[in-house]
Design a protein around this ligand. Structure first.
Ligand SMILES: [Zn+2]
Length: 245
């Protein structure tokens, strides 16, 4: 098979032998790819700039019908060096990458997700403490996976709920307070939180940054939703908590 050139981000790196590595990549057009990089540790010519977790690379890949692809060479587009200096930004980036690894499949193009992921990395590099970019990215990932929660109307009576406080009703979305007596979930989203959340889901620019309470409510909602769909808590999610405490 012919060599293909694609944009990719490194999600996992394993030593294969003394000199060789197995690299897991999320590629823009070929989805998730595991590739064998011969002499990855020593070849300055083919792997100049290194293959670091989270780096944005241009990759030359030779597909294989079975087993690992071959990573022939890379060119570093952006290694996000500033991001790596902040533990908080690194934890968030690792979490976003782990989400992508869970959702993206081999041979399935990432579509707009790849550029959103690169934008997130740039945002984290500039503002490690910012929370909205990660939540925005998670909402885009949910949409990509076909799991978008419905935030603007009640799941039961279909009434519009923007401008009101609501109860989370996972995994579908939210329910209005009139319907909430039967709710299994006990998580309340205040009307202010709902408005911010809805704005982030539409990928709009926020007029003001979410406050601590809004962040907490959105975070709880997303954590519960991911747990429902993935059936587990991601390792990088626990790491994010460790950094925060
Ligand atoms: Zn209702």
């Amino acid at each position: 098979m012919k060599t293909v050139v694609d944009d990719a981000v490194v999600t996992l790196r394993r030593d294969f032998s003394e000199a060789d590595r197995v690299i897991e990549l999320l590629t823009c057009r070929h989805g998730r790819v595991s590739a064998f990089a011969a002499k990855a540790k020593s070849s300055q010519k083919r792997f100049a700039g290194g293959i670091e977790l989270g780096s944005w690379l241009k990759v030359w890949l030779r597909p294989r019908a079975y087993g690992l692809w071959r990573l022939e060479k890379v060119e570093v587009m952006d290694g996000f060096p500033q991001l790596r200096k902040s533990l908080e930004a690194t934890a968030k980036a690792m979490y976003a990458l782990e989400l992508c690894r869970e959702i993206c499949q081999e041979g399935e193009p990432m579509g707009g997700i790849f550029s959103l992921l690169m934008r997130l990395m740039k945002n984290l590099q500039q503002a490690p403490a910012a929370v909205a970019p990660l939540i925005k990215f998670e909402l885009a990932m949910l949409s990509y996976a076909g799991w978008s929660p419905r935030l603007h109307s009640c799941e039961r009576c279909h009434a519009q709920v923007l401008g009101q406080s609501v109860m989370a009703s996972l995994p579908e979305g939210v329910i209005c307070m009139s319907c909430s007596t039967q709710a299994k979930e006990q998580l309340v989203l205040s009307k202010e939180t709902l408005e911010v959340f809805w704005g982030l889901q539409r990928q709009s620019k926020l007029k003001q940054l979410p406050n601590e309470r809004q962040i907490l409510e959105m975070r709880l909602f997303l954590d519960k939703l991911w747990f429902f769909h993935l059936g587990k808590e991601l390792k990088a999610r626990a790491f994010m908590d460790e950094i925060a405490t």
